[in-house]
Design a binder for this molecule. Structure first.
Ligand code: SAH
Ligand code: SF4
Length: 355
């Protein structure tokens, strides 16, 4: 009998892109991989035992590998809905008891899932609840995929259409966990599975310069959002400690390279904090900084967190900020604060639940 050599470093079935699953199955016909893939990702099954629709070779393979490659099905530790019904937030407990947040948002009848990429975060942005808790560990691809499946199952259970968009704006810094994130996105965008196409996926980064350059080099087809929050080295490093490691000058140079290599528009996130980064002069500095970049700015009023004394900008300040950007031909959107009553800011539910 052949000795079994595991072909990948996967810990669960949900860690495996389709081609890797086929390799794991060795001599089995790809028919079985396709059947399993459909059940995992079209149906979102959580249990693979005793399925009458699986042929005997697949059932035998699953029995033999169940211990080595189980499924990723996190436990639901908390589930809250905002009073307007448009935001639902899940706290999911992983096998090692770490908890992560997944948010489901509805925009005019279309659903977006916001998923986490790490338990905690090492970047320490001062206004962010996740940054305030520090870094625990990276998530595996399967733990990222499982959040999307959880959101999808929730929608299907309510008879709703499936997810339309995915944003990597939950807990953690996606480009600090690059390989796992790329594997997860390959699984999530697979057409015979979850089928959330790359043009409906946005990666948000605090500005990990090597990661941005790698995305461009590898021609990854996803949207990119860069969290800026300050348009001078001094303003930015007061809010985003990571900018001491990758300076604003380096970050903007990387964005220009990314734009030139990919031809893609970049989204810039700007959390509006009263008296910190919302003055007309700061808007003008931002407009100058982005000159020549195909950019869209998302202005997001701060969600207050326990570890930071700042408050959200007044709406008049936000409107004036936007007007100055517009005068410089920079498009922007002022984002509504979604589900503030379910602590929809990144990391805030986990803090509230004290886990
Ligand atoms: N680490 C990545 C993605 C997760 S954070 C990043 O920083 O981009 C997703 C977005 O939420 C970022 O733009 C971040 O700055 C913003 N954010 C975090 N805490 C916030 C808060 N309390 N209020 C408003 N926006 C916040
Ligand atoms: Fe990490 Fe993003 Fe929060 Fe900054 S804003 S601490 S990078 S999750």
């Amino acid at each position: 009998m052949a000795i079994h050599h595991p072909l990948s470093t996967a810990h669960t079935l949900h860690d495996l892109p389709f081609a890797a699953l086929v390799r794991e199955m060795g001599d089995l016909s790809p028919v079985h991989a396709r059947a399993l893939w459909r059940v995992l990702y079209r149906e979102g099954a959580t249990e693979l035992n005793q399925r009458a629709d699986f042929l005997p070779p697949l059932r035998r393979w699953l029995d033999a590998t169940a211990d080595r490659l189980p499924v990723d099905v996190p436990e639901l530790a908390a589930d809250t809905a905002s009073s307007d019904g448009l935001t639902r937030k899940f706290l999911l407990k992983l096998a090692d008891t770490q908890t992560i947040e997944t948010v489901l948002m509805s925009y005019s009848g279309r659903y977006t899932a916001c998923v986490s990429t790490q338990a905690g975060c090492a970047m320490g942005c001062v206004f962010c609840a996740t940054g305030q808790m520090g870094f625990t560990r990276h998530l595996r691809p399967g733990e990222i995929v499982a959040q999307v499946l959880h959101a999808q199952r929730t929608l299907h259970a309510r008879g709703e259409p499936g997810l339309r968009n995915l944003v990597l704006m939950g807990m953690g810094e996606p480009l600090h966990n690059y390989d796992s994130v790329m594997t997860a996105l390959e699984i999530i965008s697979d057409r015979s599975g979850l089928n959330i196409g790359p043009s409906r996926i946005t990666i948000s980064t605090v500005g990990v310069v090597p990661g941005i350059l790698r995305l461009a080099e590898e021609q990854r087809p996803y949207h990119l959002a860069v969290s800026l929050h300050g348009a001078t080295e001094e303003d930015r490093s007061a809010l985003v400690p990571a900018s001491k490691r990758w300076s604003l000058a380096e970050l903007i140079a990387a964005c220009r390279t990314y734009g030139a290599k990919t031809g893609r528009r970049i989204f810039f996130e700007w959390t509006l904090i009263a008296g910190k980064n919302d003055s007309p002069a700061q808007a003008a500095t931002l407009a100058k900084l982005l000159n020549g970049i195909d950019a869209h700015v998302n202005l997001i009023p701060l969600n207050p967190t326990g570890g930071f004394a700042g408050t959200a900008s007044a709406s008049a300040a936000a409107t004036e900020f936007q007007r100055i950007l517009k005068a410089a031909n920079i498009p922007s959107t002022i984002r509504q604060r979604r589900g503030i009553d379910v602590a929809a800011g990144c990391g805030q539910l986990r803090v509230e639940k004290g886990s």
